[in-house]
Write a protein that binds this ligand. Structure first.
Ligand SMILES: Cc1cc2nc3c(=O)[nH]c(=O)nc-3n(C[C@H](O)[C@H](O)[C@H](O)COP(=O)(O)OP(=O)(O)OC[C@H]3O[C@@H](n4cnc5c(N)ncnc54)[C@H](O)[C@@H]3O)c2cc1C
Length: 224
């Protein structure tokens, strides 16, 4: 897949990005020209991405778990059952790597080696912080619900004390985050341009389908 040469980071390549990376470990080294460190761009990707993947070490081995996220300001919130290994690990203050990806297109080149994808992705590195204060916990849960379906918090029943007790919430700061963005057509080798092979980009997007009501049970206001 798009086997370009690996470009070592240089002052020039850092200048090509929107801003300096917040730490050495968030500097995009592979295709540094695709690195984006602008906070607004990072936040926009996190807000648009439907889900994220949370990487952490458990019993000495790495695991990566898909889950829902939401952002409020500098904090990326994750939530889940108090019985969840992931949430118990995060609530204990584990080092984590959270990634979120938006797939924008399939990049079909004339050679298989130069196939690629157009994407916007974010990697957040940091130590998870347990969210125990009632106000922040509720705000985080509201943000998660609104991230999934904007307006839903206003129509669905809010968590009761038991549900709050059974739910763990953790936050990760965006202080150490990077984005990587690929756009545009395939990058074919000059010798391949004359090959009789269709090449180009197939745009992809995630879209909501037609809602299916939970019938025959009663319906109220607040439908999608
Ligand atoms: C949909 C999709 C498909 C991809 N397919 C492939 C593939 O098939 N093969 C492949 O090798 N790579 C693929 N990539 C790119 C991949 O995400 C890595 O960027 C790449 O493999 C280099 O990894 P690295 O650890 O060597 O990066 P390095 O550049 O060494 O990583 C250094 C730091 O840069 C940041 N960084 C790296 N990658 C990303 C990223 N994607 N988003 C945000 N920050 C980042 C992180 O902070 C990381 O710690 C794909 C990416 C996406 C989003």
């Amino acid at each position: 897949m798009e086997a370009d040469t690996i470009v070592p980071p240089t002052a020039d390549s850092a200048d090509a990005a929107d801003a300096a990376p917040p730490s050495p470990r968030t500097r995009v080294r592979r295709h540094p020209e695709r690195g984006v460190y602008d906070r607004a761009a990072i936040e926009a990707i996190l807000d648009e991405a439907a889900i994220c993947h949370v990487g952490f070490v458990h019993d000495g081995a790495p695991v990566v778990i898909p889950t829902i996220h939401a952002r409020i300001g500098d904090a990326l919130y994750l939530h889940g059952s108090a019985a969840s290994r992931m949430m118990r690990t995060l609530a204990a203050g584990a080092e984590v790597c959270v990634t979120a990806t938006i797939l924008d297109g399939l990049v079909l080149a004339r050679s298989v080696a130069n196939h690629s994808m157009n994407y916007r992705s974010v990697v957040v590195l940091g130590r998870a912080r347990p969210v125990e204060g009632r106000e922040e916990k509720l705000a985080a849960l509201r943000a998660v619900v609104e991230h999934v379906d904007p307006g839903r918090w206003g129509v669905a029943r809010h968590p009761n004390e038991q549900e709050l007790h059974e739910t763990l919430v953790a936050a990760v700061s965006l202080g150490e985050a990077s984005a990587k963005v690929r756009t545009g057509p395939p990058k074919d080798d000059p010798d391949d341009l004359a090959l009789p092979v269709w090449a180009g980009v197939v745009p992809l997007r995630m879209a909501r389908g037609e809602p299916v009501p939970d019938e025959p049970r009663g319906q109220g206001p607040g439908g999608p």
